[in-house]
Design a protein. Structure first.
Length: 214
Protein backbone atom coordinates (compact mmCIF):
# COMPACT_ATOMS: atom_id res chain seq x y z
CA UNK A 1 0.00 0.00 0.00
CA UNK A 2 1.44 3.43 -0.93
CA UNK A 3 2.03 5.88 1.92
CA UNK A 4 -1.20 7.48 3.04
CA UNK A 5 -1.49 11.21 3.61
CA UNK A 6 -3.99 11.30 6.47
CA UNK A 7 -4.73 15.01 5.97
CA UNK A 8 -5.74 14.71 2.31
CA UNK A 9 -7.14 11.18 1.94
CA UNK A 10 -10.89 11.20 1.33
CA UNK A 11 -11.14 14.99 1.25
CA UNK A 12 -11.94 15.09 -2.48
CA UNK A 13 -15.05 12.87 -2.57
CA UNK A 14 -18.13 14.98 -3.37
CA UNK A 15 -20.52 14.71 -0.42
CA UNK A 16 -23.67 13.59 -2.25
CA UNK A 17 -21.82 11.13 -4.45
CA UNK A 18 -20.25 9.66 -1.32
CA UNK A 19 -23.67 9.33 0.32
CA UNK A 20 -25.18 7.64 -2.74
CA UNK A 21 -22.37 5.11 -3.03
CA UNK A 22 -21.96 4.11 0.61
CA UNK A 23 -22.98 0.51 1.13
CA UNK A 24 -21.97 -2.29 3.48
CA UNK A 25 -18.58 -3.72 2.51
CA UNK A 26 -18.17 -6.87 4.55
CA UNK A 27 -15.36 -8.63 2.71
CA UNK A 28 -12.23 -7.09 4.20
CA UNK A 29 -8.52 -7.71 3.74
CA UNK A 30 -6.60 -8.56 6.92
CA UNK A 31 -4.00 -5.83 6.16
CA UNK A 32 -3.58 -3.32 8.97
CA UNK A 33 -5.20 0.10 8.90
CA UNK A 34 -3.19 3.06 10.23
CA UNK A 35 -4.50 4.16 13.65
CA UNK A 36 -4.50 7.78 12.43
CA UNK A 37 -6.98 6.81 9.73
CA UNK A 38 -9.27 5.23 12.31
CA UNK A 39 -8.92 8.44 14.29
CA UNK A 40 -9.92 10.40 11.19
CA UNK A 41 -13.10 8.41 10.50
CA UNK A 42 -14.07 8.52 14.20
CA UNK A 43 -13.50 12.26 14.22
CA UNK A 44 -16.08 12.48 11.41
CA UNK A 45 -18.42 10.70 13.83
CA UNK A 46 -17.98 13.44 16.40
CA UNK A 47 -19.42 16.00 14.00
CA UNK A 48 -22.87 14.39 14.20
CA UNK A 49 -25.79 16.21 15.77
CA UNK A 50 -27.03 15.15 19.22
CA UNK A 51 -29.83 16.29 21.51
CA UNK A 52 -28.66 19.35 23.48
CA UNK A 53 -25.26 18.80 21.83
CA UNK A 54 -24.60 16.22 24.58
CA UNK A 55 -22.27 14.19 22.30
CA UNK A 56 -22.69 10.95 24.25
CA UNK A 57 -20.47 8.86 21.98
CA UNK A 58 -17.30 6.85 22.58
CA UNK A 59 -15.41 4.83 19.99
CA UNK A 60 -13.41 1.79 21.06
CA UNK A 61 -11.17 0.28 18.37
CA UNK A 62 -10.26 -3.36 18.99
CA UNK A 63 -7.23 -4.35 16.92
CA UNK A 64 -5.23 -7.01 18.78
CA UNK A 65 -5.68 -10.39 17.02
CA UNK A 66 -6.62 -12.34 20.19
CA UNK A 67 -9.12 -9.65 21.16
CA UNK A 68 -10.69 -9.66 17.69
CA UNK A 69 -10.92 -13.45 17.87
CA UNK A 70 -12.67 -13.16 21.25
CA UNK A 71 -15.32 -10.91 19.71
CA UNK A 72 -15.64 -13.12 16.62
CA UNK A 73 -16.23 -16.21 18.78
CA UNK A 74 -19.29 -14.48 20.21
CA UNK A 75 -20.52 -12.79 17.01
CA UNK A 76 -20.39 -15.92 14.80
CA UNK A 77 -22.82 -18.21 16.68
CA UNK A 78 -25.14 -15.30 17.52
CA UNK A 79 -25.29 -14.31 13.85
CA UNK A 80 -25.89 -17.86 12.62
CA UNK A 81 -28.76 -18.21 15.11
CA UNK A 82 -30.20 -14.88 13.91
CA UNK A 83 -29.93 -15.67 10.19
CA UNK A 84 -31.13 -19.31 10.27
CA UNK A 85 -34.85 -18.53 9.76
CA UNK A 86 -34.03 -16.18 6.85
CA UNK A 87 -31.85 -18.89 5.27
CA UNK A 88 -34.90 -21.18 5.26
CA UNK A 89 -36.97 -18.51 3.51
CA UNK A 90 -34.13 -17.92 1.01
CA UNK A 91 -34.44 -21.51 -0.21
CA UNK A 92 -37.46 -20.33 -2.21
CA UNK A 93 -36.22 -20.00 -5.84
CA UNK A 94 -38.19 -16.73 -6.10
CA UNK A 95 -36.23 -15.18 -3.24
CA UNK A 96 -34.79 -11.87 -4.57
CA UNK A 97 -31.21 -12.20 -5.76
CA UNK A 98 -30.10 -8.91 -4.16
CA UNK A 99 -31.29 -10.13 -0.76
CA UNK A 100 -29.56 -13.47 -1.27
CA UNK A 101 -26.27 -11.70 -2.06
CA UNK A 102 -26.63 -9.49 0.99
CA UNK A 103 -27.25 -12.51 3.20
CA UNK A 104 -24.21 -14.29 1.75
CA UNK A 105 -22.04 -11.27 2.50
CA UNK A 106 -23.37 -11.04 6.06
CA UNK A 107 -22.64 -14.74 6.62
CA UNK A 108 -19.15 -14.22 5.19
CA UNK A 109 -18.58 -11.40 7.67
CA UNK A 110 -19.73 -13.57 10.57
CA UNK A 111 -17.35 -16.34 9.53
CA UNK A 112 -14.39 -14.01 8.88
CA UNK A 113 -14.90 -11.36 11.55
CA UNK A 114 -11.62 -12.20 13.27
CA UNK A 115 -9.80 -11.22 10.05
CA UNK A 116 -11.13 -7.65 10.04
CA UNK A 117 -8.20 -5.55 11.25
CA UNK A 118 -10.37 -3.17 13.26
CA UNK A 119 -13.56 -3.85 15.20
CA UNK A 120 -14.86 -0.42 16.08
CA UNK A 121 -17.38 -0.41 18.91
CA UNK A 122 -19.60 2.63 19.37
CA UNK A 123 -20.89 3.27 22.88
CA UNK A 124 -22.72 6.12 24.51
CA UNK A 125 -23.98 7.41 27.83
CA UNK A 126 -27.52 6.42 28.64
CA UNK A 127 -30.06 9.08 29.48
CA UNK A 128 -32.81 8.29 31.96
CA UNK A 129 -31.63 4.68 31.81
CA UNK A 130 -31.94 4.33 28.03
CA UNK A 131 -29.22 4.26 25.34
CA UNK A 132 -29.31 7.38 23.19
CA UNK A 133 -29.49 5.60 19.86
CA UNK A 134 -30.95 8.69 18.27
CA UNK A 135 -27.62 10.45 18.91
CA UNK A 136 -25.33 7.51 18.20
CA UNK A 137 -26.82 6.52 14.84
CA UNK A 138 -25.98 9.86 13.12
CA UNK A 139 -22.43 9.53 14.48
CA UNK A 140 -22.22 5.98 13.15
CA UNK A 141 -23.47 7.08 9.73
CA UNK A 142 -20.78 9.77 9.67
CA UNK A 143 -18.15 7.11 10.42
CA UNK A 144 -19.51 4.93 7.59
CA UNK A 145 -19.44 7.89 5.20
CA UNK A 146 -15.92 8.78 6.26
CA UNK A 147 -14.85 5.17 5.65
CA UNK A 148 -16.40 5.47 2.19
CA UNK A 149 -14.47 8.69 1.57
CA UNK A 150 -11.08 7.30 2.58
CA UNK A 151 -11.69 3.94 0.86
CA UNK A 152 -12.08 1.73 3.92
CA UNK A 153 -14.72 -1.00 3.89
CA UNK A 154 -17.17 -0.96 6.80
CA UNK A 155 -20.59 -2.21 7.87
CA UNK A 156 -22.88 -1.27 10.75
CA UNK A 157 -23.58 -4.36 12.87
CA UNK A 158 -25.47 -5.00 16.09
CA UNK A 159 -25.35 -8.77 16.50
CA UNK A 160 -22.81 -8.45 19.33
CA UNK A 161 -25.67 -7.09 21.43
CA UNK A 162 -26.68 -10.73 22.01
CA UNK A 163 -23.68 -10.66 24.40
CA UNK A 164 -24.17 -7.02 25.31
CA UNK A 165 -23.09 -6.68 28.94
CA UNK A 166 -20.35 -9.31 28.70
CA UNK A 167 -18.74 -7.47 25.78
CA UNK A 168 -19.28 -4.04 27.34
CA UNK A 169 -17.58 -5.13 30.56
CA UNK A 170 -14.74 -6.67 28.56
CA UNK A 171 -14.32 -3.32 26.80
CA UNK A 172 -14.16 -1.59 30.18
CA UNK A 173 -17.48 0.21 29.74
CA UNK A 174 -19.63 1.04 32.76
CA UNK A 175 -23.30 0.07 32.82
CA UNK A 176 -24.39 3.61 31.97
CA UNK A 177 -22.35 3.60 28.76
CA UNK A 178 -23.32 0.54 26.69
CA UNK A 179 -22.24 -0.25 23.13
CA UNK A 180 -24.89 0.05 20.46
CA UNK A 181 -22.94 -0.98 17.37
CA UNK A 182 -19.81 -2.64 16.13
CA UNK A 183 -18.29 -1.62 12.82
CA UNK A 184 -15.74 -4.00 11.29
CA UNK A 185 -13.33 -1.84 9.29
CA UNK A 186 -10.60 -2.78 6.83
CA UNK A 187 -9.39 -2.37 3.28
CA UNK A 188 -12.20 -3.77 1.15
CA UNK A 189 -12.06 -6.67 -1.28
CA UNK A 190 -15.16 -5.29 -3.06
CA UNK A 191 -15.91 -1.77 -4.24
CA UNK A 192 -18.18 1.01 -3.23
CA UNK A 193 -21.19 1.39 -5.53
CA UNK A 194 -24.82 2.42 -5.40
CA UNK A 195 -26.74 0.11 -3.08
CA UNK A 196 -30.18 -1.29 -3.96
CA UNK A 197 -32.79 1.14 -2.63
CA UNK A 198 -36.46 1.98 -3.08
CA UNK A 199 -36.96 4.82 -5.53
CA UNK A 200 -37.24 8.27 -4.00
CA UNK A 201 -40.57 8.56 -5.85
CA UNK A 202 -41.96 5.77 -3.66
CA UNK A 203 -40.74 7.53 -0.50
CA UNK A 204 -41.34 11.26 -1.01
CA UNK A 205 -44.74 12.88 -0.53
CA UNK A 206 -45.87 16.47 -0.49
CA UNK A 207 -48.34 17.66 2.13
CA UNK A 208 -49.92 14.22 2.80
CA UNK A 209 -48.60 10.65 2.75
CA UNK A 210 -51.32 9.19 0.53
CA UNK A 211 -51.08 5.41 0.08
CA UNK A 212 -48.39 4.73 2.70
CA UNK A 213 -49.03 1.44 4.43
CA UNK A 214 -51.18 0.01 1.61
C1 LIG B 1 -29.43 -1.08 12.87
C2 LIG B 1 -28.69 -1.93 11.88
C3 LIG B 1 -28.14 -3.14 12.32
C4 LIG B 1 -27.42 -3.94 11.42
N1 LIG B 1 -26.85 -5.09 11.88
C5 LIG B 1 -26.12 -5.85 11.04
C6 LIG B 1 -25.43 -7.01 11.53
O1 LIG B 1 -25.49 -7.33 12.72
N2 LIG B 1 -24.69 -7.73 10.66
C7 LIG B 1 -24.58 -7.37 9.33
O2 LIG B 1 -23.88 -8.08 8.59
N3 LIG B 1 -25.21 -6.27 8.84
C8 LIG B 1 -25.96 -5.51 9.67
N4 LIG B 1 -26.57 -4.35 9.20
C9 LIG B 1 -26.35 -3.93 7.79
C10 LIG B 1 -27.61 -4.12 6.94
O3 LIG B 1 -27.83 -5.49 6.75
C11 LIG B 1 -27.40 -3.40 5.59
O4 LIG B 1 -27.25 -2.02 5.80
C12 LIG B 1 -28.59 -3.60 4.66
O5 LIG B 1 -28.72 -4.95 4.35
C13 LIG B 1 -28.45 -2.81 3.37
O6 LIG B 1 -27.25 -3.18 2.70
P1 LIG B 1 -26.22 -2.06 2.22
O7 LIG B 1 -25.75 -1.35 3.45
O8 LIG B 1 -25.13 -2.81 1.54
O9 LIG B 1 -26.96 -1.16 1.30
C14 LIG B 1 -27.28 -3.55 10.06
C15 LIG B 1 -27.83 -2.32 9.65
C16 LIG B 1 -28.52 -1.52 10.54
C17 LIG B 1 -29.07 -0.20 10.07
Amino acid sequence: MPRIDIDTIGEDVPLLEGIRTTRSLRRLKPDPVPPELIRKVCEAGTFAPSGGNRQPWFFIAVTEPERRAWVAERYRPAFHKYIAPAQEVAKDPNYPEAKRKNMKAAIYLADHLHEAPVLLFVAGWTRQGRPQLQALMPAIQNVLLACRAVGLGACLTQIHLAHGREIDEWLGLPENCPTCAMIPIGWPIGRYARPVRRSIDACLFWEKADGVGE
